[in-house]
Design a protein around this ligand. Structure first.
Ligand SMILES: Cc1cc2nc3c(=O)[nH]c(=O)nc-3n(C[C@H](O)[C@H](O)[C@H](O)COP(=O)(O)OP(=O)(O)OC[C@H]3O[C@@H](n4cnc5c(N)ncnc54)[C@H](O)[C@@H]3O)c2cc1C
Ligand SMILES: NC(=O)c1ccc[n+]([C@@H]2O[C@H](COP(=O)([O-])OP(=O)(O)OC[C@H]3O[C@@H](n4cnc5c(N)ncnc54)[C@H](O)[C@@H]3O)[C@@H](O)[C@H]2O)c1
Length: 461
């Protein structure tokens, strides 16, 4: 028998959204128990966005220094990983310690419990502490799930027995290998491949589908592949990995069948998708399917009786900003505050390669699949006044996707040195459904990258 404690709200999993929700609910006066089996804050601050963007910042600095030769004389650059590892350890993760985050939550009035949380029927959560002790929380207001994802384990022959890296390992590196294979050409694979390559690692990306960043427009994936090739990254697309082995400090990958090419490298980073943390959550005790890839939620993030779910597990975009956005909507629902329901027609994202790949809303194909009458327009970034003066490192594109019947953008891509920043203007247009006719009357500052938006709008056909 475990001890039973009556509270108002239990939050299982403290990713960015769960942490914010627990904070807000506690500040609103609810008795909140915030549960995480690892670090308060989740994947983003310790193993995801923040440490990887510190790596990206450093590798971009190296690339920019290498452009001095073409633009401004000579610069001698000697890359060193130590400052990157030091920044991640001391500034980003405080040695992978969550005490500051725990203190913030406690100051807000929440009770923080480190342990594994599992549903045990409606409004009931059993938390198993690291020492095996169990406490049952009976939540009068309800339970919020924010358990996130973990790296997908690929069913490739031999892989499981090898010491391959995931994102959790790559952010902890203190020294770099001579060579690496990156399995997966999505956001994680592309960001990390370019970082490693710019620090001198010989990198091969093995991508299962036909393009890099396949969630984005095909033009973006193709341009990224060209840029990577020019930087010396070998990009293999449409490739099946048949088996993986590890011996004498080296990985061997057999590709496309036993007769296929063999790749040998010092390290292997597997970045080929994520598995939702839903399988060990007691979902079956509240009538939900623990084998599902997502928890279905309504526009208030309700997943059942006195149950809410937010973040990656809802399937509305595995991004920190989605987790935070949903957190605000769910917090209002829980505390009885009025406010707009969740909408996902303008979810933005940026992959922080150089050039950055920013996207919002629907791709052209998604818009066509949705049955819209679609018009598209695009412009190479080099055609913008800023792109022209920028010179080396200035490649990119803007593409806009219009619902021609309504005369509004339903999607857009902004790729370039500041693609994620250019995206801001396009995200607003998609979000607020600004008529294209109005966007065409706007004055675009000269000479900026975002003038390519005006060119792309002029190209709509
Ligand atoms: C390498 C990498 C780079 C990324 N870069 C970006 C980026 O640049 N921009 C961006 O927007 N997004 C990025 N993401 C995605 C981003 O990290 C996630 O979308 C974000 O963390 C939101 O996730 P979440 O709120 O669903 O939960 P998560 O952050 O995944 O946190 C879930 C928490 O739940 C806990 N948990 C799980 N099960 C239980 C249980 N049963 N009991 C108790 N606790 C449990 C876990 O320990 C974890 O702390 C990146 C991800 C990775 C891996
Ligand atoms: N900058 C950002 O916002 C950012 C950065 C990193 C991650 N993220 C988030 O984290 C999520 C997870 O990232 P991810 O890159 O791991 O996942 P992903 O699912 O987006 O991409 C994984 C890629 O691996 C490929 N793949 C699958 N199986 C493979 C195999 N056997 N061999 C080779 N390739 C294979 C897929 O084709 C896919 O393109 C992203 O979808 C994104 O939402 C965001």
């Amino acid at each position: 028998m475990s001890e039973e404690v009556s509270v108002d709200l239990v939050v299982i999993g403290l990713g960015p959204g769960g942490e914010a929700l627990a904070t807000g609910a506690a500040q609103a006066g609810l008795r909140v128990v915030a549960v995480d089996k690892h670090l308060v804050g989740g994947e983003c601050p310790y193993y995801g966005c923040i440490p990887t963007k510190m790596m990206v910042r450093a590798s971009d600095a190296l690339a920019e220094a290498h452009r001095v030769g073409e633009l401004a004389g000579d610069a001698t650059v000697v890359p060193s990983w130590s400052p990157v590892a030091h920044r991640i350890d001391t500034e980003a993760t405080t040695g992978w310690d969550d005490q500051v985050a725990v203190d913030r939550l406690v100051d807000a009035g929440a009770t923080v419990v480190h342990g594994v949380g599992r549903l045990d029927g409606t409004g009931r959560v059993v938390v198993e502490a690291p020492d095996g002790g169990r406490t049952t929380y009976v939540a009068q207001r309800g339970v919020v799930l924010n358990t996130g994802t973990r790296p997908a384990e690929l069913p490739i022959d031999g892989l499981a027995g090898t010491p391959y890296w995931t994102n959790r390992d790559v952010v902890r590196l203190t020294e770099l290998p001579g060579s690496a294979v990156v399995l997966g050409g999505g956001p994680i694979g592309c960001e990390m491949a370019q970082v490693l390559a710019r620090f001198g690692v010989r990198v091969t990306i093995v991508q299962h589908s036909e393009r890099l960043v396949p969630g984005d427009e095909p033009e973006a994936g193709r341009l990224l592949e060209e840029v990577f090739a020019a930087e010396g990254i070998r990009v293999m697309t449409g490739v099946e990995t048949t088996s993986v082995s590890y011996a004498d400090g080296a990985f061997t990958l057999v590709l496309d069948g036993e007769e296929g090419e063999r790749l040998v490298a010092d390290k292997l980073l597997v970045a080929a998708g994520r598995t939702p943390n839903l399988d060990d959550l007691g979902l079956e005790t509240v009538g939900l399917d623990p084998t599902a890839r997502t928890v279905e939620v309504d526009e208030r993030l309700r997943a059942g009786d006195r149950l809410w779910a937010i973040g990656d597990i809802t399937g509305h975009g595995a991004f920190t900003h989605v987790s935070m956005y949903q957190s605000a909507v769910a917090t209002r629902d829980i505390t009885g505050e009025e406010g707009p329901a969740a909408r996902y027609h303008a979810v933005p994202h940026t992959t922080f390669t150089d050039p950055e790949v920013g996207g919002v809303g629907l791709t052209e194909q998604q818009a066509r699949d949705a049955g819209l009458r679609v018009r598209t327009g695009s412009a190479p970034l080099e055609q913008s006044s800023r792109g022209f003066t920028h010179g080396p490192g200035g490649r990119g594109l803007v593409k806009v996707v219009e619902d021609a019947d309504r005369g509004v953008l339903v999607g857009a891509t902004a790729m370039g040195p500041a693609g994620g920043e250019i995206l801001g203007l396009l995200a607003l247009a998609v979000h607020a459904e600004v008529p294209v006719a109005v966007m065409r009357t706007m004055i675009y500052a000269y000479p900026t990258f975002h003038r390519a938006v005006e060119t792309a709008l002029g190209d709509l056909s």
